[in-house]
Write a protein that binds this ligand. Structure first.
Ligand code: SF4
Ligand code: SF4
Length: 210
């Protein structure tokens, strides 16, 4: 969940239509029309990426008239299915995936069950990845992959570039090569598996409020 209090505003006189803002927006809420950037105000999640990257300083973050609460109500979705997606992605449903907004794995799973098929859609629905916009993209990709979504970066965008190796996918030879150099791949994997299982076993895949 994110409380969105700001909004990106474009000074059309300063905008040179370079489209950089459209490439860095994590929710794809900017388009360039007649060489001028236009923000979809309903969709802006106030990450500030466009403001920071605009070479003409044409964007300013301004207070919203009315703050927007962005979230997916986890209790409305099948808790068994939520647990299943989280487990496949090796996350505990209660695990925080985004430290900027506090969005947890169960809310991301609920967004996916509600129809989100891309990281951009998950961000739009939950607010995840609209703080630093970098750290939590991999967990979001893992969740989408676990739910069977085909991952394809936004064409021409710089939002993300693909999945990276995890404790479960690092090849055996790499693990062996670095095992004496301060890396603990197997121990990390076991610990992360324990964390992921904890909730599923405790709650038995049932409603977390039950
Ligand atoms: S980055 Fe700035 S100058 Fe470029 S299109 Fe966006 S608002 Fe206009
Ligand atoms: S979500 Fe971020 S990048 Fe997109 S318009 Fe809003 S502030 Fe700019």
């Amino acid at each position: 969940m994110k409380q969105v209090t700001l909004l990106a505003k474009v000074d059309q006189d300063k905008c040179i239509g370079c489209k950089i803002c459209t490439k860095v927006c994590p929710v794809l809420s900017i388009s360039v029309v007649n060489r001028k950037a236009v923000v979809n105000e309903d969709d802006c999640r106030a990450c500030g990426n466009c403001e920071q990257r605009c070479p003409s300083h044409a964007i300013e973050m301004v207070p919203r008239e009315k703050p927007l609460k962005v979230y997916v109500d986890v209790t409305k979705f099948d808790q068994g299915k939520i647990s299943e997606i989280c487990e496949k992605a090796h996350f505990n449903p209660e695990q925080v995936l985004c430290y900027c907004t506090g969005v947890r794995a169960d809310e991301v799973a609920a967004a996916i069950l509600d129809g989100a098929k891309t990281p951009e859609a998950v961000s739009l629905m939950t607010g995840i990845r609209t703080g630093c916009t970098i750290e939590c993209v991999q967990p979001v990709l893992r969740m989408l992959e676990a739910a069977g979504c085909e991952l394809k970066p936004n064409e021409g965008g710089w939002q993300w570039y693909g999945t990276t190796a995890t404790a479960w996918t690092v090849p055996k030879e790499v693990k062996e090569k670095y095992s004496t150099r301060g890396f603990y791949f197997e121990e990390d994997r076991e610990l992360l598996d324990d964390i992921a299982k904890l909730n599923v076993e405790e709650k038995g895949g049932k409603n977390r409020d039950a």
